[in-house]
Design a protein around this ligand. Structure first.
Ligand SMILES: *Cc1c(COP(=O)(O)O)cnc(C)c1O
Length: 426
């Protein structure tokens, strides 16, 4: 089926007399006739539900739809995008391991990697996504276990050269993990370019209405863990906490990674998405294809408007022909990128604050990528834990305004920007 049909119908095909909309299975637990039957589930010998900290039917239905959208073999929902990225890495990394990551990633993910996961003994080397091949290769170490980047970086909006990083990762025998939050599988399917694992903050476009925090991890099933048993013993050697099953043997390449993440990480950390949130996420997914189209059209119109405005210092939008990422956008995002545009107002930090204060249609919120137009000043909010040097490496200048263009009427969005710029005394 085509993407638009999967958005509406994927993951769920009710049988005779069953509900047409996905049921919310609001139950922590599931009933069994015998202890033995349940015991088999605990040993991963049989398939089924027993406790919603591990798996829940509503969440699995929605995860299946996202797996279909990405073209993957298996997926799991998590409580947030943060949990998704943490699990995606921690599922294959332990204390003493190392990861190569793009320096321009989301501030929350940067902090997770550089501060919190470092405390767990996992080291990250951050590379400029536009670095030379020599620099990229030099970032790998003996103990490197993965490469990580964002299809479109939040908020730097730098386009990740997925194929190039996938080739580098594979040359070093490790998978490429791509956070595909901003592009969504409507605009880019990283597996088609060689990525092995995809993550999402479903909180953004997928939910699309600013209603539920959530995350997702999807496996392409393509990375052959068994080729590098010394690097990924967690997948290729017996798990003593499950009576010695070996994930790659029992679940194959298509199922090993997600089953391990569910059986170990969900069991022990419990960052589950609630069935109610998964239901809301599914409502969002049903119109994702329509909304993305409108977000992209509106954002492009805004970018072109700002580009020609005398009070605007610079505009960053990868679909503008003079963007340094134009060629990459043409390759990876030919149907559109996302609804987020970043720019600087002449007059720097203070002018940015003034401009944002006078907006009426666009509201100031710590959010992006939902139906309602909104804006944010990252240097004083999401990225405030970074020093100037780190800000620069993350592609965030002090004057950067991140405008998340919604799906309202473009005339109203543009006249809002116009009236606010008119009030600026630059
Ligand atoms: C928002 C975001 C996250 C974190 O997701 P939460 O759902 O807020 O935990 C991770 N990556 C990207 C690219 C994001 O935009």
């Amino acid at each position: 089926m085509k993407q638009d049909t999967i958005c509406v119908q994927g993951g769920y095909s009710p049988k005779n007399g069953e509900p047409r909309q996905i049921p919310i299975i609001q139950s922590t637990t599931f009933k069994y006739d015998t202890g033995e039957a349940m015991g088999k589930l605990f040993d991963l010998e049989a398939d089924g539900y027993f406790y919603s900290r591990l798996q829940n039917p509503t969440c699995d239905t929605v995860a299946k739809k996202i797996a279909e959208l990405e073209g993957g073999t298996a997926a799991m929902l998590t409580s947030s995008g943060q949990a998704a990225n943490f699990y995606a890495i921690f599922n294959i990394c332990s204390c003493g391991d190392h990861v190569v990551a793009a320096s321009t990633i989301y501030g929350g993910t940067f902090n997770l990697f550089a501060v919190t996961m470092k405390r767990m003994g996992i080291e990250f080397t951050f590379v400029d996504p536009r670095c030379s091949d020599e620099e990229l290769n030099a970032a790998f170490r003996e103990n490197t276990k993965a490469v990580f980047g964002e299809t479109i970086a939040n908020p730097a909006l730098i386009v990740f050269d997925i194929e190039r990083f996938a080739n580098a990762a594979h040359a070093h025998g490790v998978p490429l993990i791509v956070d595909n939050t901003f592009a969504t599988p409507i605009n880019c399917r990283p597996f088609e370019w060689g990525a092995d694992i995809v993550t999402h903050s479903t909180t953004k476009y997928m939910d699309g209405h600013a209603s539920a925090i959530g995350g997702c991890i999807v496996d392409s099933g393509k990375f052959d863990w068994t080729k590098y048993p010394d690097k990924f013993p967690g997948l290729t050697t017996p798990d003593e906490s499950y009576h010695g099953i070996t994930y790659t043997e029992r679940f194959g390449l298509g199922g090993a990674y997600i089953t391990k993440a569910t059986a170990q990480l969900m069991r022990d950390f419990g960052s589950v998405q609630s069935p109610q949130s998964a239901f809301l996420l599914n409502l969002g997914l049903e119109s994702l294809h329509l909304r993305m189209k409108r977000h992209c059209e509106n954002a492009k119109a805004v970018a072109l408007y700002l580009k020609n405005h005398p009070k605007i210092a610079w505009v960053n939008f990868c679909e503008l022909p003079d963007s340094p990422d134009y060629a990459l956008a043409q390759k990876y995002l030919k149907d559109g990128s996302c609804g987020v545009v970043s720019f600087g107002v002449k007059g720097g930090r203070e002018a940015a604050a003034e401009f944002m204060k006078n907006l009426k249609v666009a509201s100031i919120v710590t959010h992006v990528a939902d139906a309602k137009t909104c804006c944010l000043h990252p240097a004083s909010t999401t990225h405030r834990q970074m020093n100037d040097e780190e800000l620069l490496a993350a592609g965030v200048s002090a004057d950067l305004i991140r405008l998340s263009v919604g799906i309202e009427d473009i005339d109203d969005i543009l006249s809002d920007i116009e009236q606010s710029l008119a009030k600026l005394s630059v």
